[in-house]
Design a protein around this ligand. Structure first.
Ligand code: AQP
Length: 355
């Protein structure tokens, strides 16, 4: 069976500083995947427009997020690293997908509901269409796997629905042009132009929660800076934020069951596990019965040891914007070659007249 070449695609929005959730849920795993896979990592600046950032902040943030990627270990020689808006085919494919996706699908997206709030009529069309652009980001490269945090699961399912509907709607045309690829979906073998992309969501840190409220995701847009650890924070700030993190009055339990109903404790144990490359069970074996003050001191030392080298390298790179721009330019040129080949096929599939 002729099948898709395995390819990884993922990205983060330049809407502020990357935080520990972005690092553990995404970036750290992206770095690990570089050795075994063909990887494309994007700074998704077009997605950032959905919150209408100040243009100068968007430019700065795009460079800062690229600096974080590189400082965390993305190697621009091994992987393609670029900013989305450079490769025009992302918006071109997103338009095709806007005509495939159904408004009902978009209205069901929990991220849209959360971000649009009560006044949905006043939300931008871009915010509603965001998952269609995300599907285009992934499928433009016919990526087979997408490592993301748990919060992106629903968008990934929508990407699969869009790919499936495109493959079905244009199945005759894909066959007659001979551009389809056979793939296994469940027990069936089907043919299509786009792969049914697999999300990669696993490990102890797929949803890192706010340090102030264990029921809310750690997020760039949380107004409280104490709610998150930014990759750019210095050692003193990291230690202070962990010391101030919300916990309860009980000691650390020895068994996983003891974390039930204790969202903040569960979150800190998960962070420790992810940073130290262990399972939560092991962390509980080491710290069960101890007070939070002792556990937090150990967690702060671990976080500082892991994040400080990244922070230092980020600061060095941010001071060299010409280098960052050259990485994005080179990555954009390499991404464009793949993007144009696929978009050219899509234009033929949908029936756009070309030379
Ligand atoms: N708290 C989290 N825990 C684990 N993974 C997370 N990710 C985000 N937050 C957490 C993962 O990081 C990657 C990049 O995310 P993004 O920047 O594209 O957007 P986001 O998910 O919207 O992140 P934020 O911080 O919550 O940003 P704002 O506040 O701007 O919406 C993704 O793989 C994501 O799953």
């Amino acid at each position: 069976m002729n099948s898709f070449k395995e390819r990884i695609f993922s990205g983060a929005q330049p809407t502020g500083n990357l935080h520990l959730g972005n690092y553990l849920g995404a970036l750290k795993r992206w770095v690990e995947l570089q050795d075994s896979h063909d990887c494309i990592y994007c700074v998704v600046d077009m997605h950032a427009l959905t919150i209408l950032p100040d243009p100068v902040e968007l430019l700065n943030s795009t460079r800062e997020i690229t600096a974080a990627y590189l400082a965390a270990g993305l190697d621009p020689k091994k992987s393609i690293v670029f900013n989305q808006s450079r490769v025009r085919q992302h918006s071109e494919l997103a338009w095709v997908f806007n005509c495939i996706a159904r408004i009902g699908w978009m209205n069901r997206m929990t991220q849209f509901k959360d971000k649009a709030g009560k006044d949905r009529d006043n939300a931008s069309l871009g915010l509603l269409a965001y998952p269609s652009l995300m599907a285009a980001d992934i499928l433009l490269y016919r990526a087979t796997h997408v490592p993301v945090g748990d919060d992106q699961k629903q968008h990934l399912e929508l990407t699969r629905d869009i790919a499936q509907k495109f493959n079905n709607d244009y199945s005759d045309r894909i066959r007659s042009l001979g551009v389809g690829v056979e793939m296994a979906v469940g027990d069936e073998t089907v043919s299509g132009y786009f792969p049914i992309t697999e999300p990669m969501i696993s490990g102890p840190a797929m949803r890192i929660m706010s340090l102030r409220d264990g029921t809310k995701k750690m997020s760039k847009s949380d107004p409280s800076d104490l709610s998150r650890i930014n990759l750019i924070d210095d050692a003193e700030t990291i230690t202070k934020k962990i010391r101030k993190a919300k916990t309860d009055a009980d000691a650390i339990p020895s068994e996983i069951d003891g974390l039930k109903g204790r969202a903040e404790a569960d979150n800190l144990v998960g962070v420790f596990a992810a940073l130290s490359g262990q399972q939560k069970e092991q962390v509980l074996r080491d710290f069960g019965g101890k007070q939070f003050s002792e556990f937090k001191a150990a967690l702060a030392d671990l976080a500082v040891a892991q994040l400080s080298p990244i922070t230092q390298e980020m600061r060095r790179l941010i001071a060299d914007p010409a280098y960052i721009d050259s990485v994005l330019r080179d990555g954009g040129a390499r991404a464009s070659v793949i993007a144009e080949e696929n978009m050219n096929n899509v234009r033929n599939i949908v029936g756009f007249l070309q030379d």
